[in-house]
Design a protein around this ligand. Structure first.
Ligand code: GLU
Length: 481
């Protein structure tokens, strides 16, 4: 059975790149009915950010990337928070020492700093690599603080296969004797993720390509323990484009790059998921762009993952989001838009009709206030707005006539719904021998103060109601005198 995991470090917000890693890992796990594990990698105590684990969990919950094992849900391989597994790592580190693939290092901070000063790139000089058993035991008995380092082979080559990037090799002489257990008793990421992936039965390690070149060190650990290596799936870099068109690693300077920021700006989780699924993966034979999570599970295979960097395109995400919003049920839209509405909606407004009109015309939920403003307050406008070549309105006389006729009719209309309004106003066009377009243009400008509006004249009047419509027409007539 395929077992994948998402193993974030709770160091802040949920970067879109991390979410993509979670998604791909989830999809690879789920494609053939496998398991997806959530593991919190919190052993770098200095980088911890309070609340970050909750952000991770709520993001996965909101996007539907539900984990089969992990915090809150449990499982057979817990605990799933690394800081709660310290003893396990120490036990395995000691085992590795016994097996001759790791060693205690008692070098002081001062000594290491001096080494670094002398040669910043030189790394650790393996001073403690060949301490005798007696020296080690004496030091341990004396309570001298220690770290445990991996004993790297000094010659030869270490290779592994990555499903996306192919075969990766590294000359062993380039490998540092990296620290596995720190002086504070916590393991390093380099060590504990290997132990956990093995103990948790992870078959596919899916993560960002920044780990591509350190993976030789990890496969050496698997080999040292005699464990089967997992399948590696490193994901392509995620890039962003700045205003000048320059491309670099996706970061804050490119815009909102955290899931939370995007949601707060009115992007729908399902649109975000759909869009990022395509950032580094291409469906087979496919032109298909829209996928639900279930469809992604079905369609996602590793051979569709590309190794070339993908560029996050905010315009494209906005387009996706708009498409998702437009397809929402009215009721769901009303529910989702509610927290974004920052103004009091006056009594006269038919909110249901207004939201139905706006739903298909916004690309993100936060646009709502700007888009509905004219329904609530008539914008300032100049009477020249009425003049319009296409509708053959070259002077204000015709506008005045249309509005005067409209006013008379509207005053008597009982039911102020779109169909009734339209049917009641149509005779004016015939009477004045003008086109419907010309008639409706005049009324629409009067009731909206805008040349481009969501919905036509009668739809707008249905939203703002009789009294307000007549008030706006009166105001237009005053302007035209
Ligand atoms: N904790 C690591 C990170 O957040 C996980 C890397 C991995 O998936 O192995 O980058």
């Amino acid at each position: 059975m395929t077992v994948t995991r998402f193993a974030p470090s709770p160091t802040g917000y949920m970067h879109i790149g991390n979410l993509r890693t979670a998604l791909y890992s989830y999809l690879i796990g789920k494609h053939d009915g496998g398991k997806f594990i959530l593991r919190i990698e919190d052993t770098d105590r200095e980088r911890l950010v309070e609340g970050a684990t909750d952000v991770i969990k709520s993001t996965l919950n909101m996007t539907g990337l539900l984990w089969d094992e992990g915090p809150d849900v449990g499982g057979d391989h817990g605990p799933y928070v690394q800081s709660e597994r310290k003893e396990i790592y120490m036990e395995y580190a000691k085992k590795l020492v016994e097996m001759g693939h790791a060693y205690y290092c008692f070098c002081t901070k001062e000594r290491l700093e001096k080494l670094h000063e002398e040669d910043a790139m030189g790394g650790y000089d393996r001073h403690c690599r060949n301490l005798s058993k007696e020296e080690v035991e004496a030091n341990l008995a004396a309570g001298i603080p220690f770290v445990i380092r991996q004993k790297m082979p000094t010659e030869g080559v270490t290779s592994y296969h990555d499903e996306v990037f192919g075969d990766i090799s590294m000359n062993n002489e380039e490998l540092q004797d990296q620290i596995l257990m720190k002086a504070d008793g916590y393991p390093t990421y380099n060590f504990c993720h290997v132990i956990d992936d093995h103990l948790m039965g992870v078959t596919h390690v899916v993560r960002g390509s920044e780990y591509l070149t350190s993976t030789p060190k990890y496969v050496l650990l698997y080999d040292a323990y005699g464990w089967e290596r997992p399948t590696y799936v490193h994901l392509p870099l995620l890039m962003g484009k700045d205003a000048e068109g320059n491309i670099s690693k996706l970061s804050k300077r490119h815009g909102a790059v955290s899931f939370q920021d995007l949601v707060a700006d009115g992007y729908l989780p399902e649109a975000i998921i759909n869009y990022i699924s395509l950032l580094g993966w291409c469906p087979k034979g496919g032109e298909q762009e829209f996928f639900t999570l279930d469809e992604l599970k079905e369609a996602f295979t590793i051979d569709g993952v590309s190794k070339s960097p993908s560029v996050f395109d905010f315009e494209k995400l906005l387009w996706f989001n708009g498409e998702y919003i437009h397809k929402l049920e009215d009721e769901r839209f009303t529910e989702l838009i509610a927290p974004f509405i920052k103004v009091e909606i006056p009594e006269n407004i038919n909110k249901t009709r207004m939201l139905a009109l706006l739903k298909t015309r916004i690309a993100k939920l936060s646009e709502i206030n700007e888009r509905m403003a004219f329904f609530i307050t008539l914008p300032e406008y100049e009477k020249e707005l009425f003049l319009n070549k296409k509708n053959k309105i070259a002077d204000f006389e015709i506008v005045k006539t249309v509005l005067t006729e409209a006013k008379a009719i509207l005053t008597d209309v009982q039911s102020f719904d779109n169909d009734t309004l339209f049917a009641s106003l149509m005779p004016i066009a015939e009477k004045l021998s003008i086109k419907t377009g010309t008639l409706m243009w005049c009324i629409r400008i009067a009731v909206s103060g805008l040349t481009a509006t969501p919905g036509g004249a009668t739809e707008i009047m249905e939203v703002i109601g009789k009294e307000e419509s007549l008030k706006r027409i009166d105001l237009a007539l005053e302007k035209l005198i």
